[in-house]
Design a protein around this ligand. Structure first.
Ligand code: NAP
Length: 283
């Protein structure tokens, strides 16, 4: 199959490495000529160019640009496509993206591979990034069934677990487990940095160990990605942040008021609930 990828960064570059290793021909488009040259040199793509016309020959095109560029990229791409060309995107937010792309190209399948690292750009691309990760597809009534199956098949070939849901359901779910954690983790780093005594701050930075590394990881990642999650998934994120603030208030009340049994009950409950979110993850 000829697979096109627009946006040769962490996600697009990682897909290119995997699809090429499965004997597909990968055609890549990225904004910068130097990225295109590096992508060919690294074996991420067979051919690359900043010119979208390269993708006229592709059977399936993965849109892997930052969220804000997905709709405009589609508009610029449409003149080169034949009706059989399947477009799919990897954006972390689905409802506004599906609503923006579907009217432009009906042979479209919304998607979101739930994999990433704190790095960005082509240098961060790596093989097997999607292995054992969820790959969510968000078809609508307008999505052609055959195209949906083709994208699902390609996602499974990355060794991802494919799930289906509506775009709006996706956005509510990822607000809880992906977008809220970025804001919580960023708040943790900012709160620690607010220590006024430079000696104590220095000690805290020196003592920070694996617990802090784990809880601060997603708040210390690509700022552009966090900003776009907030801009594109605003109502769902605000709802999750408000729920989180209310939980924090409850904990403050417990600690300030020395309500140790209430706190113990809350922590016992969270200890029982955590596996419901993480037990499906294979390390
Ligand atoms: P990234 O590493 O920054 O890669 C995106 C690349 O796209 C950039 O390196 C840039 O390459 C290129 N680009 C930017 N604007 C472009 C344009 N208008 N036309 C063509 N290429 C353009 O970002 P990413 O983390 O891979 O994220 C890409 C998409 O994946 C986003 O929509 C995001 O929501 C989604 N996603 C991200 C993650 C994650 O954890 N990172 C996970 C799942 C899904 P050059 O400027 O070097 O050419």
């Amino acid at each position: 199959m000829k697979i096109g990828i627009v946006g040769l960064g962490l996600i697009g570059g990682s897909m290119g490495l995997d699809f090429r290793s499965h004997q597909h021909t990968v055609l890549g488009v990225s904004r910068q000529q130097t990225t295109c040259e590096q992508a060919i040199a690294r074996g991420v793509v067979d051919e690359a160019s900043p010119d979208l016309s390269l993708l006229a020959a592709a059977d399936v095109i993965f849109l892997c640009t930052p969220l804000h560029a997905l709709a405009a990229t589609t508009a610029a791409l449409v003149p080169y496509l034949s009706t059989a060309t399947i477009l799919t995107d990897v954006g972390s937010v689905k409802q506004p993206i599906v609503e923006a792309i579907e009217p432009q190209w009906s042979n479209f399948v919304g998607g979101h591979p739930m994999a990433g690292t704190t790095e960005s750009g082509l240098d961060a691309a790596q093989p097997d990034l999607f292995v054992n990760r969820a790959y969510v597809l968000t078809p609508t009534e307008a999505t052609p069934a055959e195209s949906l199956e083709t994208v699902a098949h390609l996602a499974r070939s990355l060794q991802s677990q494919v799930y289906y849901c509506q775009p709006a359901e996706h956005d509510r779910a990822v607000a809880w487990i992906s977008h809220l954690p970025v804001m919580v983790s960023a708040s943790l780093i900012a709160a620690c940095q607010s220590e006024l005594d430079p000696d104590v701050l220095n000690l805290a930075q020196t003592f920070a160990s694996s617990g802090f590394r784990d809880t601060s990881r997603v708040g210390g990642g690509n700022p552009e990605l966090g900003l776009m999650m907030a801009q594109y998934n605003r109502p769902c994120l605000v709802r999750s942040l408000q729920a989180y603030r209310s939980q924090l208030n409850q904990i403050i009340e417990c600690v300030e008021g020395e309500k140790w049994s209430d706190l113990e009950q809350l922590l016992s409950q969270t200890s029982r609930d955590r596996p419901k979110f993480v037990d499906n993850l294979q390390k």
